[in-house]
Each structure stands twice: as structure tokens, then as C-alpha cells.
Design a protein around this ligand. Structure first.
Ligand code: Z57
Length: 795
């Protein structure tokens, strides 16, 4: 019964194991089993195969005293786990056969799994890709996060408007986690600090328990698995028996309810900061539990001498969210392990590193010193000490202080406490050096490094795009999955008619499956020969979905004016959620849906132009949309998108990009060649100047007939009640902070170049080939190797 990792199990043995788990783990006979029962039986069968390399890796890391990497992140946007594990174990053919002998539909079983949506967007998905690459490269690593009971909210549309509902992935048993009741840590909050003879002790006024839940993350070809350790909050005492006995049953359960709120729900904001007390508590909860766990493991393996911590531990802070790690590590080293402040400061700095993911000021966290002093009084003292030390050692001016105007600036804190600080694309890193952290960069010129983001080709190519993966296997061999630079071998086939035909056919299959889904789910009838133009990402003004929908309206108007023109049929696909409190982003969602309803029903234009906006965009939907895309929309205002990672996934899957010189688009364009990329818009420098020009929006709109028409049609109520859009229109005319108007004409013209290019299908396929062939750089394996060498000093 015990599976052996050294050889791949046969279809027969998989089927036996599935039946075994169905009977003995699920307690169901095949004749009574639901899809859920079968899915769990399949999951346990695969999990059994992961446990062996997982334990072997842990033993090897411990016995060889290897340096470990710890990735601290408030978000891990994982998606489904089962299919990814099957792919990485290379068990796809055997599993398909096993399930068919059991009379089961593989897709039905895989689709039964809810997405693990413990993240909002790019930052959380990057953390998930990094975990996969760390395992694929065999780097000993832990991911630390929070086990949110409710992940990112579910989105539906009512009357075209976004409505949110709680997500409840843990309402059913989750087969991938192992609870570790022995790894529990007490996390304190509030209270006060007592100092006796220079020794400070924090006496928290409240505390909760952080309990570890472990998920193994299997790497490519199943040789190594790391742990994603998520913390769940538990009350220190389950319930108040005195109150219960006194008959106050609700009050008796209060301590439990209070504690559990800590890991109840993911904050739904991407690149904005809410500044809520519960969020600060969540950040500290994650950070303190992780650091206590790291120190416990270090002492168990290497003994009490913490001077060697930086030799064995590299900690990465994913954005400022865990930036309290600086003061917390100092506190643990000083107050609990007896080190001096200078020693603790030095060790912490050589252990911690910080990744910056945005320049947007609204994402850079700041906490009032009042709140910090209430919730984490000892940490506020230590922050003051760090600030004083930094001032004394650098003679730096007051305006780069951590504490300014009664606020603790978490970006500055993270920077000052980090050995290395990294940006996430070449352009972003330049801007980090020259804008947000310009002064700190001058003081510490070697600290900032670039690590351009990447994505895992296992999930984003092999899993998501079987037709293309098969074609790649046949054309350049199977080695690309673990070594994406091998895609370069495709360049030799860019003029090969048979290959281009096969590439077209693969894309066509994906477009057909997607069309079937859109018809079934939305009632939108799409022509698979149309150009599939896709913009999927969080809804945000800087990402400029508004620019896209205004261009769509203007195009619709032009088609209407000459319905017998030589138009290229297009399907515009949108996907994405808006933060529940982000009013303008929600208005844009409403507008897209209103425009879709009008345009899709127009008999004059509908053979040329349609819009599909499937609700509840998530990782699983991305896996369907991206492989079916011809055109990737990466149209953010230059200087605002730190990197983007969706842009990389589209390129890998053969879509051409229409985009600005922003984030990693710059590197994509350099690699695929400017002639294979549709560039438009102002540069970051030009955009900054344009923004400073008074009346820039009005001046640009007055020059653009197409944009005037689009705005006019909205104002006239052609798509829905115009009063819904008055504020949006007003903002576009009079403020337009993200320069939709300034870039409109160039974008419109660029889209017409796209149309022209799409008509020459052979040439389009050639460009698509060159995009795929040049995308090897965007593997997260390459990114992780960069962190290993430049930041973590491992391997
Ligand atoms: C988030 O998803 C990103 C940055 C943030 O500061 C927060 Br909070 C959430 C994104 C950036 O917007 C993307 O440009 C980038 O590709 C991604 O993080 C990963 O680095």
C-alpha cells in the first residue's frame, strides 16, 4: 500500500490508492461517492507521493545544517493545488487513465477544488510562484503566511455593478494541510513595558496563540518539497467558564471569537493601505510567529549562539507588510535572548531583506505613533532606538527619519533594517533609487538591487496550456519545463510553415474552449476567429481599464459609421475585482458592463465587436483566459506598475502585447524585439511632466475627436443611466490623474496597427512564436536564482 517515490506509480496503482482512500479516508463506497469524495481520495493519493520527498528534504536540510530561506508574506495566491501537484510529479497520463478506468471525468474532479485565494493580485501570486520555484530548485525554504478562513471575496454583478460575497474555502475539509499543534507560539498585544536595571520587559495586555498549518509545495519532477506554513489564531483560553456558569453563554465565547478574528479574513485592498488596527495586528501576528519559529529552529539545529543567525537564515519581507520584523527580531534577541542592542541590530540587518513592490504613495504603510504605542509599545521604543542609531551613524537629515509627524513610516523602517532592498523590474528599481528612497539610496548606495519578477512555467504553461505544451515538447523537447531558456530553440521554427500552422491550431483550441465557456456562463457568443483581446488584473485607475473601454466605445462608433468597412472582428475580454471601498474602480466595472450590454446586442456591429466580462476573476480563470489570448493589454500609466506578472504569462503563451513602457513591459519589449511588440504612450518621464501641466486632460480631449465621442456617448446615456457616470466623466475632463486622455489617441492608433497585423495571420503567428521563444527570462526560476546570489547568499 505504501507508494514509493523512486518510481512513478502505474495507472493501476493510482486507481488502487484512490479506491483505498475513498473507502478508508472518506469512508464511502464508490457507489455512494460524490465528486467531492472522489476529489479528496485523488488528493490524498497524490499527497502521499509528496510526503516522502518532503520529509527527505527536511531531514537533509537539518542533517547538513543548510542555510534556509524564509519568505514572509501576508498573501499567497495559490489557486488550485491538485492539478499542479499531478503536473509536477509528471503523473498526468497515468492519472487520466486511472480516473477513466474508475469511470470518472478528470476535469470534473479537478474543477471541484476551490481556489486557495489567500491574496489579492500580483504580490500574492508572485509569492506562490516563488514557493514553487524554490522547491523546483531544491532550495531549503519556508513560506510563512496567515491561514485566512476567508480568502479574497467572491465577485458577482447585479445590474452591472460589483457585489461582494464572502469566500469560504475552509467550509469544507482541506486535504493539503497538516496541523501542527506542537508548533504554537504566544503573540502579545498592548499592555506596557517595564524596565529594571536597563533590562526591558514587555507585559502584553492581550495575547493569542499562533498555530502552524503546513502545506507541502512540490517542485518540478517531485524531487523536493518545501513547506508553506500558515498561522491560524487560537484563543489562549478557550472560553470563560465563570461567565458560562453564570448563564452568559454569548459572553463566555468572547475570548475565542476575539482571537479568531485575527486570521478570519484577508484585507481586500491591492496597492492601497487601509490603516486599520486589525491589519496591524495581523501583520504582527504573522511576523512574530514566523520569527519565533525561525529562532526555535535555529537554536535546535545550531545551538544558543545567535551570532551565527545570518549564516543560516535569510529572511525576505514581501513588501512592507511584515516590516515590523525589524523591531520584533531585535526585541526577541535583546529581551528574550539577552543580546545588546548593537548586536541585535547588526544581526537583524544581516538577516532581513525587503522587497518593494510599488511606488504608489497610498500603498506605503504608515501607522500613527499613537496606535503603534497602544498595540506594540515595546516595538515603538525599539523603532525610536533604530531611528536614533541611524541618525547618529549616517548624520542624515531629519526628513529620512522612520518617525515623522507622529507617524511610523514602514517603508523607511524596512529599508533601514534590511541588508538588501530590491525592486521588481529594471525600471521600477531605477525609480525606487531615484524617487521614493532617493535619500536613503544616497546614504546606502549598495543596498538596492533589482530582481525582475518571474512566473512559474509549470503552472502558467504546462498546466494552463496543454495544446501549446504538447507542441513545444514535439518541437524542442520536454526540457523547457525545468529550463525555460530552452524556448529560445523555437526561433529556428519562426519561418517554418508547418510549425506556425500547428501553433495557430493550438491557440485555436484554447479559443474554442474559452468560447464554449463564455457562451455557457455569460451567454456571450464569441467567434473563435476573432482577435481575443484580454485585460485581466485588479481594477485600478493606474491600470487604465477606462482607457480600454473608451477605445472600445470609439471603435464601436466608427464601425457604426461604416458598417461595411474592412473591420477585424474582436472580442474584448475584461476580468478583475475592485476593492470594495474603491468607488471609481467600481464605476469603471459598471461602465464596462453597461457598454457590453449595449454593444453585444447591436445587430449592426456585433459581428465585429463584442465584450465579455466574466465575474470573479481568479487564478483558475486566468489559467483559461491567458492561453486563449491573442492580445495582452498592459496599458498602465508609465511609472506606475512596478512590474506586472500577467504580462509575462501572456507572452509565454504566445499573445502579443499592446503596452506602455512600464514595469517589466520594458524588458519584455527588449527581449521579444520592438517590432514584435505594440508600443504606445508617454514614457515615465514624459508622464510625470504631463501630469504637472495644468489642464492636461481637457487639452488632450479637445484634440481627440474619438475620445470626445466616447465621453459624449456615455454622457448621453447610450449605455445606461448617465448620472452613474457624471463623477467619472468630471474626473476624466478635469483631473485625469492617470493620463487616460493624454495617451488616448496614441492607444487608438496603436490598436489599428494591431488590427492590420492580425489580418496577416502568418506574420502574426511568426511574431507570436518570437514572443514565446524570448520569454525564457521570465521564469521565476531565474528570479529565484537572482535572489539566491544577490540577496540570500545560498546555493
Ligand atoms: C500588489 O499586488 C503589488 C504591489 C503592492 O505594493 C501590493 Br500591496 C500589492 C503588485 C504590483 O502592483 C505589480 O506591479 C507587481 O508585479 C506585483 O506586485 C509583484 O511584484
Amino acid at each position: 500500500m505504501r507508494p514509493d517515490l523512486t518510481e512513478l506509480p502505474s495507472a493501476k496503482s493510482l486507481a488502487d490508492q484512490i479506491l483505498y482512500h475513498l473507502t478508508h479516508t472518506q469512508g464511502r463506497g464508490p457507489e455512494f461517492a460524490t465528486v467531492f469524495d472522489w476529489r479528496l481520495a485523488v488528493s490524498y493519493t497524490i499527497r502521499d507521493l509528496i510526503v516522502t520527498p518532503w520529509m527527505a528534504g527536511h531531514r537533509a536540510s537539518r542533517d547538513q545544517k543548510l542555510k534556509r530561506v524564509y519568505y514572509l508574506s501576508m498573501e499567497f495566491l495559490i489557486g488550485r493545488i491538485l492539478e499542479d501537484a499531478i503536473i509536477n510529479l509528471e503523473l498526468e497520463p497515468q492519472m487520466e487513465e486511472a480516473l477513466s478506468t474508475l469511470g470518472l471525468d478528470e476535469h470534473e474532479i479537478l474543477d471541484d477544488e476551490p481556489d486557495a485565494a489567500l491574496g489579492n493580485g500580483g504580490l500574492g501570486r508572485l509569492a506562490a510562484c516563488f514557493m514553487e520555484s524554490l522547491s523546483s530548485l531544491g532550495v531549503p525554504a519556508f513560506g510563512y503566511g496567515i491561514r485566512y478562513e476567508h480568502g479574497l471575496f467572491r465577485q458577482r454583478f447585479e445590474g452591472g455593478q460589483q457585489v461582494e460575497a464572502p469566500e469560504d474555502w475552509l467550509n469544507q475539509p482541506h486535504p493539503w494541510e497538516f496541523v501542527r499543534i506542537d508548533y504554537s507560539y504566544t503573540i502579545g498585544f498592548k499592555g506596557h513595558v517595564e524596565t529594571v536595571d536597563g533590562q526591558s520587559t514587555w507585559l502584553p495586555g492581550e495575547s493569542v496563540i499562533a498555530r502552524a498549518y503546513d502545506t507541502p509545495v512540490i517542485g518540478w519532477q517531485g524531487n523536493w518539497a518545501n513547506t508553506l506554513r500558515l498561522w491560524g489564531a487560537q484563543p489562549t483560553n478557550l472560553f470563560d467558564l465563570h461567565r458560562f456558569n453564570a448563564g452568559d453563554y454569548a459572553a463566555a465565547a468572547e475570548p475565542e471569537a476575539l482571537a479568531r478574528t485575527l486570521s478570519r479574513v484577508l484585507y481586500p485592498d491591492d496597492t492601497t493601505d487601509q490603516g486599520k488596527e486589525l491589519r496591524l495586528k495581523q501583520e504582527y501576528f504573522l511576523t512574530s510567529a514566523a520569527l519565533q519559529d525561525i529562532i526555535r529552529r535555529f537554536v535546535a539545529e545550531h545551538g544558543e549562539n545567535l551570532a551565527h543567525l545570518p549564516d543560516k537564515v535569510a529572511i525576505q519581507l514581501n513588501d512592507t507588510h511584515p516590516a515590523i520584523a525589524g523591531p520584533e527580531l531585535i526585541r526577541l534577541l535583546m529581551d528574550e535572548h539577552g543580546l545588546s542592542f548593537p548586536e541585535a541590530l547588526d544581526l537583524s540587518r544581516r538577516t532581513l531583506n525587503y522587497t518593494n513592490h510599488t511606488l504608489l504613495p497610498e500603498a506605503l504603510e504608515r501607522w500613527s505613533t499613537w496606535l503603534m504605542g497602544q498595540v506594540l509599545p515595546r516595538h515603538l521604543q525599539i523603532i525610536q532606538m533604530i531611528d536614533d542609531d541611524h541618525r547618529a551613524s549616517t548624520h542624515r537629515p531629519a526628513h529620512v527619519a522612520i518617525v515623522q509627524h507622529d507617524e511610523v513610516r514602514m517603508g523607511e523602517l524596512a529599508f533601514i533594517m534590511a541588508g538588501k532592498v530590491n525592486g521588481v523590474s529594471a525600471l521600477h528599481t531605477d525609480l525606487v533609487r531615484s524617487t521614493v528612497f532617493a535619500d536613503l539610496h544616497k546614504l546606502h548606495p549598495d543596498r538596492i538591487v533589482n530582481e525582475t519578477n518571474g512566473v512559474t512555467p509549470r503552472r502558467w504553461l504546462r498546466l494552463a496550456n496543454p495544446p501549446l505544451a504538447r507542441l513545444l515538447d514535439q518541437t524542442i523537447g520536454t526540457g523547457w519545463t525545468g529550463d525555460l531558456d530552452q524556448l529560445d530553440g523555437l526561433k529556428a521554427h519562426a519561418a517554418d510553415a508547418a510549425f506556425l500552422e500547428a501553433l495557430r491550431d493550438a491557440k485555436r483550441q484554447n479559443k474554442e474552449s474559452l468560447s464554449n465557456g463564455l457562451l455557457a456562463d455569460l451567454g456571450v457568443k464569441a467567434d473563435p476567429d476573432a482577435l481575443f483581446d484580454v485585460q485581466v488584473k485588479r481594477m485600478h485607475e493606474y491600470k487604465r481599464q477606462l482607457l480600454n473601454i473608451l477605445e472600445t466605445i470609439a471603435l464601436w462608433h466608427r464601425i457604426h459609421a461604416s458598417p461595411n468597412g474592412d473591420w477585424v472582428p474582436r472580442l474584448k475580454i475584461f476580468g478583475g475585482k475592485a476593492a470594495p471601498g474603491y468607488w471609481i474602480a467600481k464605476t469603471v466595472i459598471h461602465l464596462i458592463n453597461d457598454v457590453a450590454r449595449t454593444i453585444n446586442d447591436d445587430p449592426v456591429t456585433s459581428k465585429y465587436l463584442k465584450i465579455a466580462y466574466p465575474p470573479n476573476y481568479n487564478v483558475s480563470m486566468a489559467e483559461k483566459l491567458i492561453p486563449a489570448a491573442d492580445l495582452s493589454e498592459q496599458i498602465s500609466t508609465a511609472g506606475k506598475e512596478a512590474s506586472g506578472t500577467g504580462n509575462m504569462k501572456f507572452t509565454m503563451n504566445g499573445a502579443l502585447t499592446i503596452g506602455t513602457l512600464d514595469g517589466a513591459n520594458v524588458e519584455i519589449r527588449d527581449l521579444v524585439g520592438p517590432e514584435n511588440f505594440f508600443l504606445f504612450g508617454l514614457t515615465a518621464e514624459e508622464a510625470a511632466q504631463e501630469k504637472a501641466r495644468p489642464g492636461h486632460a481637457r487639452l488632450a480631449i479637445e484634440k481627440s475627436e474619438d475620445m470626445q465621442v466616447a465621453l459624449q456617448l456615455i454622457a448621453e446615456g447610450r449605455f445606461g443611466r448617465p448620472e452613474h457616470y457624471y463623477a467619472l466623466l468630471d474626473r476624466t475632463w478635469n483631473d485625469d490623474p492617470f493620463l487616460v486622455a493624454s495617451d488616448f489617441d496614441d492607444y487608438f492608433a496603436c490598436q489599428r496597427r494591431v488590427d492590420a497585423a492580425y489580418k496577416d495571420s502568418r506574420d502574426w503567428d511568426r511574431m507570436s512564436t518570437l514572443n514565446i521563444a524570448s520569454s525564457g527570462f521570465f521564469s521565476s526560476d531565474r528570479t529565484i536564482r537572482g535572489y539566491m546570489k544577490d540577496i540570500w547568499k545560498v546555493g
